[in-house]
Design a binder for this molecule. Structure first.
Ligand SMILES: [Zn+2]
Length: 280
């Protein structure tokens, strides 16, 4: 694959207290007790993207959009794609189809009102569409989404569909699913899509993995991360497990610099552009 070809840059717009790693210590009724940092962190990202002329897809949590409508309008005005990350960051696996429908609809309607445009994309919190809730794709299709990026074909303690397709494919529900990229070695897939692994790995390893993905798979790569991942000054949570804390805090101070290199070394665009998603 030509390395100048576009790869998809994606950001899940949520705050440090929304993440699934902390859900056992911070329930949604406690969210208001934290001072949000998502607005400032996302604006730092917008500046960085503009510096390298990168367009990205922002999967926005409805909770954030309700509190920061100007931020969402600004992201959109700068030519990025607005997509949905649901409303309350509940995993799809923990919802009934009806509750899932209402959560996603609430975020979709609100975002569409803000930007005056139809959304085409959705990403489930913690890649939580899998073997036990395939019905979620039908709900997304019913809501008018054209694509989802909600599956991670790896084995992980919190999510993962190792037996499902590794590359973008059209599902029987009519929706295109764009799985998070994986590196396949010895018949097993390891995660290379971003987030905690991007913070954990030295940048040289990420660069090597993206290049080898292009060469081996001949597919566009897609990358995800969160605004709080460039925020080393965020308050530290107490009460969470050592594993959750490690996942959340590892190498926060280095992420901005690594991200800058990633933007320079590869070409980036929105999900809609990279995967040719049309609105109708
Ligand atoms: Zn999320």
């Amino acid at each position: 694959m030509d390395t100048s070809a576009l790869n998809a840059m994606t950001v899940d717009v949520e705050d440090f207290f929304h993440v699934s790693a902390f859900e056992s210590v911070i329930s949604p009724d406690k969210w208001h007790e934290f001072k949000p940092r998502v607005d400032a962190n996302t604006r730092r990202l917008l500046d960085l993207f503009s510096q390298y002329d990168v367009k990205s897809t922002f999967f926005v949590l409805g909770w954030v959009a309700e509190r920061y409508p100007e931020l969402i309008k600004e992201i959109h005005a700068q030519g990025h794609e607005i997509a949905s990350h649901g409303y309350a960051h509940r995993r799809a696996t923990e919802q009934t189809p009806e509750v899932f429908f209402q959560d996603v609809k609430r975020s979709k309607d609100h975002l569409e009102d803000l930007i005056g445009e139809q959304l085409t994309g959705y990403r489930a919190p913690s890649f939580s569409i899998g073997y036990d809730n395939e019905w979620a794709f039908q709900v997304l299709a019913d809501l008018g989404f054209k694509y989802s990026s909600s599956t991670y074909p790896v084995k992980h303690d919190l999510y993962g569909t190792p037996d499902w397709p590794r590359f973008a494919y059209k599902r029987k529900e009519g929706i295109i699913e764009i799985p998070i990229p994986t590196h396949r070695i010895l018949g097993r897939q390891t995660p290379i899509g971003g987030g905690g692994y991007f913070r954990l790995y030295p940048y040289s390893l990420t660069k090597f993995l993206v290049n080898s993905y292009h060469k081996k798979e001949q597919q566009p790569y897609s990358f995800y991360f969160h605004p709080w991942e460039i925020d080393q000054d965020q308050p530290r949570m107490t009460g969470a497990s050592a594993k959750s804390k490690f996942r959340h805090y590892v190498n926060l101070s280095k992420t901005y610099g690594k991200l800058e290199k990633l933007l320079q070394d590869f070409s980036w665009g929105t999900m809609r552009d990279v995967y040719n998603i049309s609105a109708d």
